[in-house]
Write a protein that binds this ligand. Structure first.
Ligand code: F6R
Length: 250
């Protein structure tokens, strides 16, 4: 695991976006794993801008999102389908059949989750996976206690995650308590992983992931078992790291 300390979350976004654009330039049919939440929004804005300037062609890219809520129709404004449409897919004109999300409805969810995993394999696996980080150390919606060998499945969201994500919902609006997420083993199958974290609220989870033991109680610590993962951290998120873990951005 490499740790890159940036001057700001905007600089992290610039570096992550540049890495995606470089990967796309060398592999036009790139397979991307994507996250939602606040953290990747500026990265997605940069990708849209590059596409609008004609500097990047996403028409052959395939994407797999990490997670989706159970109980929200895909067209609901708070669904992760809607989030991705608004922040990325419409701007890039990615065809809907090249964007995949974990299944959240239907009779036999476990079988459909297995199909989602199979679809990733059939594309040759994820080249580049973007991750945010929960305050409790979650990646995707793999909450503390998630098995390190977990695959795409239904999960129950922790109270802390529900609190953190309540800001995306109007007051009085029903907030889903369950989701389907790629598992930790699914994430670790990606060839390269970029995790971004910003702000002091993430500092404890960052330090535990980077310096603590690999443990199911801190899902992001599993990334230490991955051969090619970089953490992009702003000063707030890196606040609690011991200085030797820090590598300045170049
Ligand atoms: C979102 C996801 C989550 C978020 C995490 C951080 O698809 O999988 O793990 O990345 O909760 O969220 P933000 O970026 O809103 O702080």
């Amino acid at each position: 695991m490499q740790v890159v300390l940036t001057a700001s979350s905007a600089e992290s976004a610039r570096l992550v976006a540049q890495e995606i654009l470089d990967a796309l330039a060398s592999k036009p049919d790139l397979v991307l794993g994507l996250a939602t939440g606040s953290t990747p929004v500026p990265v997605y804005a940069r990708l849209r801008e590059a596409a609008a300037r004609g500097e990047a062609d996403f028409s052959r890219v395939t994407t797999f999102n990490l997670d989706e809520y159970i109980g929200l129709p895909v067209e609901h404004p708070r669904s992760y389908h809607s989030f991705m449409r608004e922040h990325l897919f419409e701007g890039l004109r990615v065809a809907a059949d090249r964007t995949a999300f974990p299944p959240t409805a239907g009779a036999d969810l476990p079988a459909r989750c297995a199909e989602f995993e199979e679809r990733i394999r059939a594309c040759g696996g994820i080249d580049l996976q973007l991750l945010g980080l929960g305050r409790n150390g979650h990646i995707g919606f793999n909450e503390p206690g998630s098995p390190l060998d977990s695959r795409t499945r239904t999960v129950q969201l922790c109270e802390r995650t529900l609190e953190d994500n309540a800001r995306f919902f109007e007051s009085g609006e029903d907030q889903p308590r369950r989701a389907v997420t790629m598992g930790i083993a699914t994430i670790l199958d990606a060839r390269r992983i970029l995790l971004q974290a910003a702000g002091p609220a993430k500092a404890h989870a960052v330090r535990s992931a980077v310096e603590g033991p690999v443990t199911e109680t801190l899902p992001a610590s599993a990334l230490r078992r991955h051969a090619d993962t970089t953490f992009y951290l702003d000063p707030g998120a890196a606040r609690d790291l011991t200085p030797s873990e820090r590598v300045p951005a170049h």
